[in-house]
Write a protein that binds this ligand. Structure first.
Ligand code: NDP
Length: 288
């Protein structure tokens, strides 16, 4: 068997063209959805992510504002920027690019973002809303994965879903979304005793650890759907995922490639969240 490739790039283009239509109809009502991206310091990967996010906004007709701050910016100065964006009516979504420099407390900064502009979905009240089944913003990476599973007609009701990696930005919200869709969810972390015993039960396997090749073909149930979130730079400079692609594709029914799988969907869902925030409008702000 050779697994079907799940084309995140193609699906992200479809999602983005739907976003463009929603932007046009907002513009007819005099609203231009706006996203502010704050970048502190010169981390090269973050610079690329921020550039890509701003370019995707511009292409879809959203207004984007990138605020670049020096790496020695104080936490107080960053909080002032966030407060100013909270009050800016032309901005519907605010994203502070992580990681922040070590002298800053990332959770304090994220909590300062107005929850109704938190398009990353990382604010503690958005995490709580997601956990209790009333999501305001779904974190972009798991949200994009749900869209991919939907587009692939993967049946989640009663399915065994195993997630490897339990971070606040990927693994945990992924678990909540899969659970809400009716899957039986197992969430693994670095202390999981026999990882293969867990992953081999999965009808849907999501891997998000940042450890290249942590999941190999022998750890996958034949016919499973495998979603590889990892983005790692291999010794020869290529981008690789967390799943050993060659051995996995011989066993799985469908698999996401890296690059071209989850990554493009993450950016597309950021646009979706920003448009949703603009559509919600100021009247509903604070209602959640
Ligand atoms: P974190 O480092 O925050 O979390 C990694 C998680 O993996 C932790 O829960 C950790 O366990 C777990 N883990 C580490 N080693 C093992 C192991 N041997 N067995 C089982 N679990 C393990 O990473 P992120 O969630 O932020 O990112 C994960 C990967 O996804 C990275 O490669 C990142 O670049 C990529 N990523 C890709 C995105 C995209 O758009 N494609 C978006 C976001 C991330 P513990 O909790 O015990 O420490």
């Amino acid at each position: 068997m050779t697994a079907r490739l799940i084309d995140g790039k193609a699906l992200s283009d479809t999602v983005k063209s739907d976003v463009s239509k929603r932007v046009l109809s907002l513009k007819e009502q005099g609203i231009v959805p706006g996203l502010a991206v704050v970048l502190v310091g010169e981390d090269p990967a973050s610079q690329v992510y921020v550039r890509n996010k701003a370019a995707a906004c511009d292409k879809a007709g959203l207004h984007s504002r990138v605020i670049r701050l020096a790496s020695d910016t104080t936490e107080g100065e960053l909080l002032d920027v966030v407060h100013e964006l909270n009050a800016d009516t032309t901005i519907h979504g605010i994203l502070v690019q992580l990681p922040l420099p070590a002298h800053m407390d990332a959770s304090l900064v994220i909590e300062a973002i107005s929850a109704d502009k938190d398009v990353d979905g990382f604010h503690i009240s958005n995490a709580g809303l997601l956990m209790t089944g009333q999501p305001l913003f779904r974190p972009c990476t798991p949200y994009g994965i749900m869209k991919m599973l939907e587009a692939e007609n993967v049946s989640l009701r009663g399915a065994e879903a195993v997630i490897v990696g339990a971070s606040n930005i990927v693994g945990k919200p992924m678990a909540m979304l899969l659970l809400a869709a009716g899957a039986t969810v197992t969430l693994c972390n670095s202390k999981t005793r026999d990882l293969g015993a867990q992953t081999r039960r999965a009808d849907v396997l999501v891997v998000a650890t940042g450890k290249p090749g942590i999941v190999t073909g022998d750890m996958i149930k034949p016919g499973a759907v495998v979603i590889d979130v990892g983005i790692n730079r291999s010794a020869d400079g290529r981008l690789v995922g967390d799943v050993d692609f060659e051995s996995a594709k011989a066993v799985a029914a469908a698999i996401t490639p890296v690059p071209g799988g989850v990554g493009p969907m993450t950016i597309a869902m950021l646009l979706v969240n920003t448009v949703e925030a603009a559509e919600r409008g100021p009247a509903e702000r604070g209602a959640a």
